[in-house]
Design a protein. Structure first.
Ligand SMILES: [Zn+2]
Length: 142
C-alpha cells in the first residue's frame, strides 16, 4: 500500500503506551494515547473507529492552539498566522509538504479534515477554513 503522509506527522509526536487503531488517522500503533476529548468536543463524525489517539496525531488534536488559531504546518514546524497573512500565504504557500488551516471563530476542529490532505504543490493545494475544505488551483502561467 502506498504510504500517505498525514497532516499530523508535521506536529511533534507524543508517545503513549496504548495499542490500537488511531481515531484520527486510522493507523495502527503501539504508542497510542488515551482518547481524552472534553465533553464539548463536537466533531466525532470526522473520526475513524478506533481505540487510541496515536503518537503522531495527539499534539495536533489536543493542543488547543491548533483549534483557536490559524496555522501553516511544514517539516520545519508550525507557524501561527494572523488574519492579514491569509491572502499572502494563499498566494505564496511554503515549500511542500505543507498544511494550512484558517479560522476566524477559533471554535471548530476543521483541521481534522486535512489529515490526508498534505500538499505537495504550490499551485494546487487544500486549505481548511473553519469546517470547510477548499481546493485552491492556480492556472499555470508558463
Ligand atoms: Zn493518528
Amino acid at each position: 500500500m502506498e504510504y500517505i503522509t498525514r497532516a499530523s506527522e508535521l506536529f511533534p509526536p507524543k508517545e503513549g503506551d496504548m495499542e490500537g487503531k488511531c481515531i484520527i488517522c486510522g493507523r495502527f500503533t503501539t504508542k497510542g494515547n488515551k482518547i481524552d476529548f472534553s465533553d464539548n468536543f463536537t466533531n466525532w463524525h470526522l473520526l475513524e473507529e478506533g481505540e487510541v489517539i496515536c503518537e503522531q496525531c495527539y499534539n495536533m488534536v489536543r493542543d488547543q492552539n491548533h483549534r483557536r488559531k490559524s496555522w501553516v504546518a511544514t517539516r520545519e514546524g508550525i507557524e501561527f498566522l494572523k488574519r492579514d497573512q491569509f491572502i499572502p500565504i494563499m498566494l505564496n504557500p511554503p515549500e511542500p509538504p505543507f498544511v494550512i488551516y484558517f479560522t476566524k471563530s477559533g471554535k471548530k476542529q476543521g483541521f481534522l479534515k486535512l489529515i490526508d490532505k498534505v500538499n505537495y504543490s504550490k499551485n494546487k493545494f487544500w486549505v481548511a477554513y473553519e469546517d470547510d475544505l477548499i481546493f485552491v488551483e492556480f492556472p499555470s502561467l508558463f
